[in-house]
Design a protein around this ligand. Structure first.
Ligand code: MLT
Length: 269
C-alpha cells in the first residue's frame, strides 16, 4: 500500500488485528527485513512495516534527509492509519529514528523496542567514513554499498553460512536509489547524542542485540539499556547486527514475551 505524505509516496504494509506495532528498518534495507516478525506476530497484533523515504518502494527524493523528517513521515503515516499510540520497534537506524520520534512525539509511545542500535552520536572517524561511503555510492552504485555493508550486517558465521539471507539483503540494498542511500548517510552523520534522552523514556523498553553484532557492540548496547529506567536487556546468541533475521525465533520469542507482559500489566491496572 502507498500513502502520499510530506510530498512523497510512502510504501507500507498493515497486517493483522490488535494493538499496533510499528517496525522501522535498518540502513540501507527496506520493510521486508521484518518478514519473520510479521509472520510471527500478525495473528495477535496489528503489524505495520514501512519503507522509510529513500528505501524500497517509497520515493527517494534527491534532497536533504534528516532523522526528524523520517519521524515526521512516521507521524503522517500513523495519522493516516488513525493510530495515536503504538509499540515501536527499530533496528539500528530504525532506533536512531525512534529517538527523534520520541523527542517530538513521546505520547505516541505505548512501549519501545530498540534492537542493535546505539544512543551515541557518530565519532569524527565515523563521520569521515559516512562521507567516503557516500562517494562510493555516487561512483560505483548500490552494489558497491552492498559489498561494504553485508560484512557489517551479519555475524562472521552468518555471512559464511547463510547464503540465502545474504542474497536477500543484497537484493534489498541494490533495490535502493543512490539518493536514499546518501540521504541516510547524511541524516545519520548529523544525529545528536541521544544518551541524555534515555533517562526520559517513561515507557516499558526492551533492548536487544546480537552477541556478534559488529556495528553496535553488545557492551555499548547494554550500557545504553542501563540508562533507560524501565528497560530489559536481551542478548541474542549466534547473531550479528540483523539479529531479527539471523535468529528470528529467539528474537520473536523475546519480543512476544515482552508484549505479553505489557498486555498483562495493562490487564492488572
Ligand atoms: C544500520 O544498520 O542501520 C546501520 O549500521 C547504522 C549505522 O550505520 O550507524
Amino acid at each position: 500500500m502507498k500513502v502520499h505524505v510530506n510530498g512523497i509516496d510512502l510504501a507500507y504494509s498493515d497486517e493483522g488485528h490488535g494493538d499496533p506495532i510499528i517496525f522501522l528498518h535498518a540502513f540501507p534495507l527496506n520493510r521486508t527485513m521484518w518478514e519473520p516478525q510479521v509472520a510471527g506476530l500478525k495473528d495477535r497484533y496489528r503489524v505495520i512495516t514501512m519503507d522509510l523515504r529513500g528505501h524500497g518502494e517509497s520515493d527517494a527524493p534527491m534532497w536533504r534527509y534528516t532523522l526528524e523528517q523520517f519521524a515526521e513521515d512516521i507521524k503522517a503515516l500513523l495519522d493516516h492509519l488513525g493510530i495515536s499510540k503504538a509499540t515501536f520497534v527499530g533496528l539500528s537506524m530504525g532506533g536512531y529514528i525512534l529517538f527523534a520520534l520520541y523527542r517530538k512525539y513521546p505520547t505516541f509511545f505505548h512501549a519501545l523496542v530498540l534492537a542493535d542500535t546505539r544512543a551515541t552520536a557518530d565519532t569524527p572517524e565515523t563521520k569521515t567514513a559516512r562521507f567516503s561511503m557516500a562517494q562510493v555510492a555516487y561512483r560505483r552504485g548500490a552494489s558497491a554499498i552492498a559489498d561494504l555493508m553485508l560484512p557489517k550486517l551479519f555475524s562472521p558465521s552468518g555471512l559464511e553460512n547463510r547464503k540465502d539471507l545474504v542474497a536477500r539483503l543484497r537484493k534489498m540494498i541494490i533495490g535502493n536509489q543512490i539518493s536514499g542511500i546518501v540521504g541516510d548517510l547524511m541524516a545519520m552523520e548529523e544525529r545528536p547524542d541521544s544518551t541524555p534522552l534515555l533517562k526520559k523514556f517513561n515507557v516499558p523498553t526492551l533492548v536487544l542485540v546480537g552477541e556478534n553484532d559488529l556495528a553496535s557492540p553488545p557492551e555499548e548496547v547494554k550500557r545504553m539499556a542501563e540508562h533507560i529506567p524501565h528497560s530489559q536487556f536481551r542478548l541474542i546468541p549466534q547473531a550479528g547486527h540483523v539479529s531479527n533475521l539471523e535468529q528470528p525465533e529467539v528474537f520473536n520469542h523475546a519480543l512476544i514475551q515482552f508484549l505479553e507482559n505489557l498486555d498483562r500489566s495493562v490487564g492488572d491496572n
